[in-house]
Write a protein that binds this ligand. Structure first.
Ligand code: HEC
Ligand code: HEC
Length: 328
């Protein structure tokens, strides 16, 4: 009986530390504060984008001109979102996008423009509008440019400048570029132009093919390094390999970081990617599987292992009883 009591006390204090003391200490030690010492709370908005975070960030910097600029930009996005888009007319506008987003795997100004086959399914509607209005503002990396039309996709605001045209092309994407999307497709379209995943043999050039000859393998490696050099020159740093990232950083960090990279890493060159909830879930699924491919099998095996132990505990107990029976 005494042992049980001691055990209960140990369990109680372990749980207390785990659920209350540790999270509290973590919160205190990692608190983000603004310039007046007020705590900055980073919340997720369910992967919808209306500029709230960007405006709050500009306010924290105390830059009145920037606040006005951000407010005007996101108000403009809202105006376009209220228009009714015509998907058929949008198809013609989409021809402007294909000039760069053509699957030719050619680096443009730092990265390979991603495939847009599922862009209507994985990106938020407001974000797509913002992106066509001004990619640097949408990604919240406008601080990197003296003139945001210098962004590698920045010229889009001259070719597609009419609000109705923007509404049309977004309607087209949501109708024709949506549909079922696999975790791998979502991840490839949203992240691979910048990030490699060693565990799945994915580089900034996509899947690594199997080569028969060493010479071809080395030639491919050189191409990867050349691509990485371009990404590095564009981003300032080579974006980290994401194989273990979700396990290292945790899901909450991942979610708030993808929605608003500046909120977690002020001044980071990683742009906001603009995924919607569905797109994020797919990317998360891909990264969870990549970092821990045996997770599913392990979880299926778990109950069997426990069953095995229970079975042998019962056998051991019965055996003990039968051995001691004559001695009592
Ligand atoms: C001048 C070339 C060019 C044109 C034209 C262009 N894009 Fe892009 N686009 C890019 C590049 C380069 C990137 C990658 C930028 C980056 O990652 O910083 C990109 C990124 C994107 C992304 C991913 C954004 C994200 O945040 O993940 C989407 C979606 C997109 N473009 C849609 C479009 C649409 C829709 C059009 C036509 C209305 C278009 N693009 C026209 C070059 C272009
Ligand atoms: C246009 C390039 C670009 C794209 C697209 C991009 N990233 Fe990044 N990412 C970066 C860069 C650059 C960094 C390094 C940030 C830094 O150190 O400031 C980074 C860092 C990260 C980090 C690490 C943050 C940390 O705490 O160190 C994570 C996680 C991440 N990216 C996830 C993603 C995911 C998931 C996607 C796709 C949904 C994605 N990124 C798309 C450029 C990109």
């Amino acid at each position: 009986m005494r042992e049980l009591k001691i055990f209960a006390v140990v369990v109680f204090f372990s749980l207390l530390t785990y659920w209350l003391v540790e999270p509290y200490a973590h919160h205190q030690m990692h608190m983000k504060v603004d310039k007046d010492g007020k705590e900055i709370v980073i919340k997720s908005h369910g992967f919808t984008y209306d500029g709230t975070d960007d405006i709050a960030e500009a306010e924290r910097k105390g830059d009145a001109a920037l606040v006005t600029k951000k407010k005007a930009f996101w108000a403009d996005v809202k105006t376009v979102a209220a228009l009714k888009g015509n998907a058929a007319a949008g198809e013609t506008v989409f021809a402007n996008c294909i000039g760069c987003h053509n699957g030719a795997n050619i680096n443009m100004g730092g990265v390979i423009p991603p495939n847009l086959d599922h862009s209507g399914a994985i990106y938020d509607k407001n974000y797509l509008i913002a992106l066509i209005k001004d990619p640097a503002m949408a990604g919240n990396v406008d601080h990197k440019y003296a003139d945001t039309s210098l962004h590698p996709m920045g010229s889009i605001k001259f070719t597609v400048s009419d609000n109705q045209q923007i509404a049309d092309v977004v309607a087209y994407m949501q109708e024709k570029k949506a549909g079922e999307v696999t975790p791998k497709e979502a991840f490839t379209e949203a992240c691979v132009r910048c990030h490699a995943v060693r565990y799945t043999k994915t580089t900034q050039l996509g899947d690594t093919p199997k080569f028969k000859h060493k010479k071809d393998e080395l030639a491919h490696e050189i191409k990867v390094i050349e691509e990485q050099d371009l990404v590095k020159a564009y981003m300032g740093n080579l974006p980290p390999d994401l194989s273990m990232m979700i396990r290292a950083r945790g899901e909450h960090f991942m979610e708030t970081f993808i929605e608003n990279p500046q909120g977690q890493l002020a001044g980071t060159s990683m742009p906001r990617v603009g995924l919607n909830q569905e797109g994020y879930e797919k990317v998360k699924e891909y990264l969870t599987e990549a970092g821990d491919p045996s997770k599913k099998a392990r979880e299926q095996l778990g109950p069997w292992v426990i069953g095995f132990f229970v079975f042998f505990t019962i056998l051991a107990f019965l055996w003990k009883k039968s051995m001691w029976r004559d001695l009592h």
